[in-house]
Design a binder for this molecule. Structure first.
Ligand code: SF4
Length: 581
């Protein structure tokens, strides 16, 4: 790791490089590096749409070197959560950043007109006008900017019209199949008038002891392809979860009113793979290829005017736009996903808002004056119209939908979001809810509470023990995020393997110091959250969560309250420890 960070100021178009080798040595890279930079650079109380809100894209130390390590970390202040914005994306971005000679790219300021940034190695940064890309979808933007003759590895990130319109959960497309999906990075890019970033890395990542590196690489590669630990992701991919969760009554259905969906078979990983799958895609240096892709044909005018587009499918969008909206036709799920992708919307949060709106309409809290379209469980065509309105915000109701808030606070007890972020598709039990609540980015991936629920299926979960286990898991996951390890490969990269891989490329840690790096990264994330006004006492858990039986029965509000009290004290200790570093 050379320690070079590339800074670009969109206000005046200037760029410069700062060497932070010392910081990288201390935190490994990835999320550790990103959160240190965010705490340094983000002014207190900044408006997420202000030019001063920095966007940090940090690569991890294993990216470009070891198998199944591709996750670039984005950090910024989020318009959706009001505090930490954190999102992870696979694809070529992290490797391109490193091959261009940097550990991270930091974008500050804002342009007065729509632009895209071209970054090349050897300090080449150019800010170009993007008026011809205005309102273009992410995929078309990427196609317009890709250079087939480029020398080096090229990665392009782009926003769609939702980002340009500041929808609070606008996402960012990365290389066509990957997303910075959560917490609204697309809107922050939109506020900077930044349509896309293209980065081309033609350099190399040097490794001193090549023989030792090759040995470790082969060992990891064998584990990835032969141990069976990642088979699920290659074969059916994450949609394998649909039937498993439905069986234990944990598949959120119709706004979490049920944990079981009658049409689960039709939107299962098995159905998609047997009937619709057209190809798989992968990240650089990953033999898994977990990205499952379908070609979707659609007719858009008379005389058989047809277009064919590739749509990726994975578990979360299937739950959010399928079972949770009562949509049981797989082609309809794909159409909804394609519309979200075209506009550049986080499919999960879009599903959360549509599910809330359908129930609010059903209960008579809102009417056609607000929705303009009749929302109906299972009716994808109506939902597609509503998604277009979320993107264009024709009235106050859709403005509120685009901000991820219940209109006039109506029905907030069944808006299924925690900390501003729509819930992932696991109604498994207490640990999932605690995990999402205490997760620094309120994501199921922070600490996998759903997995703990499934391990303890049928037994009573002690809230205090759950907090212990989830904090341990999340601080360890922070270590993996510093390295750039894809969390799908978390069973391959155990502590022993991470230490061996790190020490081979020049970091000298032992088990204790490694764990400390994870705790510090997590503590610094919470330091940022607290600084920006996050308070556990204000964290609302929607009543709906306590009404519908989970795979582990009804969740008790007292258990959640107890867990959050214990967690808050422990997290404050971790913040203190991290701040003292
Ligand atoms: S498992 Fe999937 S997301 Fe993870 S690195 Fe491999 S291809 Fe990328």
């Amino acid at each position: 790791m050379n320690g070079d960070i590339l800074f670009i100021n969109l206000t005046d178009g200037l760029s410069w490089v700062e060497n932070r080798r010392e910081l990288v040595d201390k935190c490994i890279g990835g999320s550790g590096l990103a959160i240190n930079l965010l705490n340094e650079l983000c002014p207190d109380g900044v408006d997420p749409f202000a030019p001063e809100n920095p966007i940090i894209l940090a690569s991890g130390s294993f990216i470009g070197l070891y198998p199944a390590c591709s996750k670039t970390i984005a950090m910024f202040k989020s318009p959706l959560t009001g505090n930490l914005g954190e999102s992870h994306a696979g694809g070529k971005l992290g490797a391109a950043i490193r091959l261009a000679g940097y550990e991270a790219v930091v974008i500050i300021g804002a342009s007065s007109k729509l632009v895209w940034i071209d970054i090349r190695d050897n300090g080449g940064v150019k800010v170009n006008g993007a008026s011809s890309l205005k309102k273009m979808g992410g995929l078309n933007t990427i196609m317009a900017l890709s250079e087939s003759s480029s020398c080096g590895l090229q990665s392009i990130v782009a926003i769609g019209p939702a980002g340009e319109n500041f929808v609070y959960y606008a996402n960012v497309l990365v290389d066509g199949y990957n997303f910075f999906g959560r917490t609204g990075l697309g809107a922050v890019m939109g506020a900077k008038n930044l349509k896309a970033v293209r980065i081309t890395g033609g350099g190399e990542i040097s490794v001193k002891n090549l023989d030792a590196y090759k040995r470790v690489f082969e060992k990891i590669y064998e584990e990835v392809v032969k141990s069976g630990k990642m088979r699920k992701y290659h074969d059916l991919g994450t949609p394998q979860n649909v039937l498993t969760l439905n069986q234990i009554k944990a598949l959120p259905t119709m706004n979490f009113k049920l944990g079981y969906f009658d049409y689960a078979e039709q939107i299962s990983g098995e159905y998609f793979a047997d009937n619709l799958l057209t190809r798989k895609n992968t990240c650089p240096l990953c033999p898994i290829g977990c990205k499952h892709v379908v070609i979707l044909r659609s007719f858009f005018a008379d005389e058989h005017e047809v277009e064919s587009i590739e749509v990726g499918y994975d578990y979360e969008p299937i739950y959010a736009l399928g079972s949770n909206l009562g949509v049981g036709n797989p082609m309809d799920v794909l159409k909804l996903r394609a519309v979200c992708d075209r506009y550049g919307l986080d499919a999960m949060m879009t599903g959360t808002m549509l599910a809330w709106a359908t129930e609010a309409y059903e209960k008579g809290l809102i009417g056609l004056d607000e929705t303009m379209v009749e929302p109906k469980w299972g009716n994808a065509e109506k939902y597609i119209e509503m998604i277009k309105h979320i993107m264009t915000m024709p009235n106050e109701f859709y403005l509120s939908m685009a901000q991820g808030k219940p209109y006039k606070n109506l029905g907030e007890e069944f808006l299924v979001a925690i900390g501003g972020n729509g819930l992932a598709g696991y109604h498994t039990g207490l640990a999932f809810i605690i995990g999402t609540a205490i997760g620094a980015r309120h994501s199921h991936l922070s600490n996998a509470g759903y997995s703990l629920d499934q391990k303890l299926l049928g037994s009573t979960i002690n809230p205090v023990n759950a907090v212990e286990a989830l904090l341990k898991e999340e601080t360890w996951r922070c270590v993996l995020e510093c390295c750039g390890v894809c969390l799908f490969a978390r069973d391959v990269y155990d502590k022993h393997m991470v230490l061996e891989a790190l020490n081979t490329i020049g970091f000298n840690y032992d088990g204790e110091s490694l764990e400390k790096i994870g705790r510090v990264a997590y503590g610094l994330k919470y330091k940022f959250k607290f600084k920006e006004g996050f308070k556990f006492q204000n964290l609302k858990i929607p009543k709906r969560i306590f009404e519908t039986a989970t795979a582990n029965g009804i969740i008790s509000p007292e258990d959640v309250k107890k867990a959050l009290t214990v967690a808050e004290a422990k997290i404050k200790e971790i913040v203190k420890e991290a701040t003292a570093q």
